[in-house]
Ligand binder design. Sequence first.
Ligand code: ACM
Length: 260
Amino acid sequence: MRVALYQNNPVFGEVEKNVNSVLDAVRDETFDILVLPELFATGYQFTDRDEAAALADKTGEGYTYTTLKGLSAARDALIVYGFPELSGDKLFNSALAIEPGGQFYLYQKTHLFDTEKDIFDPGWTGFSVFTFRDVKIGLMICFDWRFPESARKLGLLGAQIICHPSNLVLPHCPDSMVVRALENNVFTITADRVGRENRAGGELEFIGKSRIIAPDGKVLGQLGTDEPGFLAVDIDPALADNKKVTPRNDLFDDRRPEFY
Ligand code: ACM
């Protein structure tokens, strides 16, 4: 299975331009799964909730969804991306995974970061796993990395690949994802962005370093800190199935939750 990510540098608020630039960038690439960053089409730093709501989509509607549904069908691939989700009077920082047949899976960010708490409601989906071509896939978004329970829950649910749309500003995530992969014996795909935003009281610099990591913690590929880019690797998802550390140690069976 060929898994891929695209690291972008969106122009804030220019949704169509940002979506189309991803389409252009992946036109000649091949992949079975493509992961895009958190809020990849809108930009990150909303000045207030109203501005975010104006750029948000209802799930299954809008230019971003329609275009990526078309990409999924045309390329026969799973497309995972982050977007601001309007649901009634709630606003979530969400990710959607769209299958070629049009079926989709929604995840709403559980752990909001810093000023996101002024903009978004904490998600209510919780963590779940779905199957794409016999491979079990889980979703988490950016700052969820800081809570090992996120990846652990997905691992316990059987995820073989964790797709992780991100807009990283803290330096520790790329290294921490090695540990998330290792402690759950799963593949991880962190699709980050690059560039800066200075819109809502303070400049943010996004660190790039998008990564695909194997269950043994090996970094299979990584992008740089400044430039957009595409990254793809061929993996065997079954490598995520054996949770043995030694013949007598199993990552999940040896847990002793009564002491946690
Ligand atoms: C983040 O969760 N976007 C830092």
